[in-house]
Structures are given as structure tokens and as C-alpha cells.
Design a binder for this molecule. Structure first.
Ligand SMILES: N[C@@H](CCC(=O)N[C@@H](CS)C(=O)NCC(=O)O)C(=O)O
Length: 322
């Protein structure tokens, strides 16, 4: 685990000393958009028109943020349009590495099929040799311009939803204009208290920081449980990106966040509506193939040595969502 400082890899764990034991996620750096015609998107520069075979996703099956992009790619049937490389789930002193460089290969991980790199940070350096910052997944890579388009999952899923209409016959809109305000408002709360909330609980290094985060996780889960009473999806009848963004945390919750991140007031299985909702999302065509429980469990329990020094991966829980 580490980061790049002016193009040099430095192996260090998250600093929570300067923030009173609180984990603060840093803002992502590459913010350009792929659009249908190459016009600039909401941030960054233009010049990235949608094309088949041009763009590549670097993901981890373990990562809830990267998982969002795999689900959108599957739902929008873009598997033949956008290629994927999957890093090994173990994140050690070199950060994310590819399968051919992994100490112990995990089924499902791949080599870097575009650049042939061994470590993900080398992909970042290929885009910017002087890059400073965290080396995170997902990354959307442009073969033609040989650079990173974007490394923010919230934005990548919107590009996959909108930008590639010419390359798919799936006409669903997961960010429909009429629901955008409501989706944005809920996304912000789910991000803060649940998606990132579990990390704030798990990476906290003071009791107060942990308790504040863990209680906030369950306060919002309780509210979402009530919201889903009598509704299929968060926005009602329409499946939206808000559901995908919540799902990637919920599917990791019982296997990882309850134990490893100490979010253990309740399990998702104990919430009737949330567990029904997880099953329904998991059953959507294409979604199950994006869920790799071995990568998920191995990543968290083996990589976070400050939290789980033995690296033992628990055998449970029994899978209830299939
Ligand atoms: N804001 C980013 C966050 C991505 C992120 O934090 N990914 C994690 C994996 S779950 C990562 O790669 N962490 C490596 C690190 O922080 O060094 C997004 O949503 O795309």
C-alpha cells in the first residue's frame, strides 16, 4: 500500500494522525470524459469520442468503486466495446499489481492486456511520469491517446450510461433527467454514510471516530430499509445508478464490513427489504458475473495488515443472495 510522489512510488499506509484518527478519502485527479462526439464533459477536456475497442478499464473485483463500472458495463452490454484488466486482490507494498506479477495468483485476476505493466502505478506513470497521488481503481484508459481519461467511478459510470449509445442496443437510462436531483441528493448521503462510511469506520484509529462512522452507517441503512418498503428500487420503479452505487457496498457488507470494518450492529441479511433488494440486483442479467467473493474477501482481510495482522480470511458467512 502506498502512493506516488512526483513519479516515485512511496510505500506508506493512510495517514490518520493529522485528522484526529479520521480516514479522509482524497479527491481523484484524472477527470476527462468520453462523450458520444468527443465534446468536453462536465469536467476536464474534450477529445475522447466514444469508439469501440478504444477504451480500457482497469479494475479490481474487490473494490466497490471499480465494481460500479463493471456493473454498468454489463448492464449496458458494453463487454465487447470496452475491454478490462483485473488486478490481483492482494494490495501489498507495491499497491495493486497484475496477475503475472502477483505473489500468489488468484483466479480471475489478469495481466495488463494493454500496456503489459506489472503494477498499476506504472499505468499512472504512463499517463503522467510526474504523477503525485493515490493509485486507485477504477481507471479508464484511452489506447489512442495513451493516457488515463478518468479515475473517478462516479463519473465513469455516467460515461458508460450515456456516451456509448451508438455501440449498444440497451436503451435504459440509469441517470434519467427527471430523477437527477433526487439521485444526486441520495447519492451524496449514501456516499458519505454508507459507501465511504464503512471505510471511515474500518480505518478509524480512535474510538470516537469509529463509533461516529459506524453509527452513521446504520442510521442510513435503517432509513433505506424503510424507503424500500413497497418499492423495487431506491427511486421507485426505475432502476438507477443510485441502486448500483448502493449495491456494491451492500454485497460486501456481510462478508467483509461486518467483521473486518466492525460495522456489526446488524447484518444486511437481517434487513428484510435490503436483503430482498440485494437479491434482486444480484439476479439482474450480467450482475452475478461481476461479483467475485474470493477477490473481495482476500483483498480486505489479507491486505489491511494494520486491521487484520494475521491475514486470516474468515470462512463465512454462508452466501444468502443467490
Ligand atoms: N473516488 C474513487 C475511489 C477509488 C478507490 O479508493 N479505490 C480503492 C480500492 S477500493 C483503491 O484503489 N485504493 C488504493 C489506494 O488508496 O492506495 C472512485 O470512486 O473511483
Amino acid at each position: 500500500m502506498g502512493l506516488l510522489v512526483e513519479g516515485k512510488w512511496v510505500d506508506q499506509w493512510y495517514d490518520t494522525k493529522s485528522t484526529g484518527g479520521r480516514f479522509v478519502r482524497t479527491v481523484t485527479r484524472f477527470r476527462n470524459w468520453v462523450t458520444a462526439d468527443g465534446a468536453p464533459g462536465p469536467s476536464g477536456e474534450g477529445g475522447f469520442p466514444a469508439e469501440a475497442g478504444r477504451y480500457h478499464l482497469y479494475v479490481s473485483y474487490a473494490c466497490p468503486w471499480a465494481h460500479r463500472t463493471l456493473i454498468l458495463r454489463a448492464l449496458k452490454k458494453l463487454e465487447d466495446v470496452i475491454s478490462v484488466s483485473v488486478v490481483d486482490p492482494f494490495m501489498g507494498s507495491e499497491g495493486w499489481v497484475f496477475a503475472d506479477h502477483a505473489a500468489r495468483r488468484t483466479e480471475g485476476a489478469t495481466a495488463d492486456s494493454v500496456l503489459g505493466m506489472k503494477r498499476l502505478y506504472e499505468v499512472y506513470l504512463a499517463a503522467d511520469p510526474a504523477y503525485s497521488g493515490r493509485v486507485t481503481v477504477p481507471v479508464l484508459w484511452d489506447r489512442k491517446r495513451a493516457t488515463i481519461v478518468n479515475n473517478e467511478s462516479a463519473e465513469i459510470i455516467r460515461m458508460l450510461n450515456e456516451g456509448f449509445a451508438a455501440f449498444t442496443d440497451d436503451r435504459r437510462d440509469f441517470y434519467p433527467p427527471a430523477l437527477r436531483d433526487e439521485i444526486d441528493a441520495l447519492n451524496a448521503r449514501v456516499y458519505d454514510s454508507v459507501n465511504n462510511g464503512v471505510y471511515k469506520a474500518g480505518f478509524a484509529t480512535t474510538q470516537d471516530a469509529y463509533e461516529e462512522a459506524a453509527r452513521a452507517v446504520f442510521a442510513l441503512l435503517d432509513e433505506l430499509e424503510a424507503r424500500l418498503e413497497g418499492r423495487a428500487w431506491l427511486m421507485g420503479e426505475t432502476l438507477t445508478e443510485a441502486d448500483i452505487r448502493l449495491f456494491t457496498t451492500l454485497i460486501r457488507f456481510d462478508p467483509v464490513y461486518v467483521g473486518h470494518f466492525k460495522c456489526n450492529i446488524r447484518t444486511i441479511r437481517e434487513y428484510p427489504n435490503l436483503s430482498r433488494y440485494v437479491k434482486a440486483l444480484y439476479a439482474l442479467p450480467g450482475v452475478a458475473a461481476t461479483v467475485n467473493l474470493t477477490h473481495i474477501k482476500r483483498h480486505y482481510y489479507e491486505s489491511h495488515k494494520t486491521i487484520n495482522p494475521t491475514g486470516i480470511v474468515p470462512v463465512g458467512p454462508a452466501v444468502w443472495w443467490t
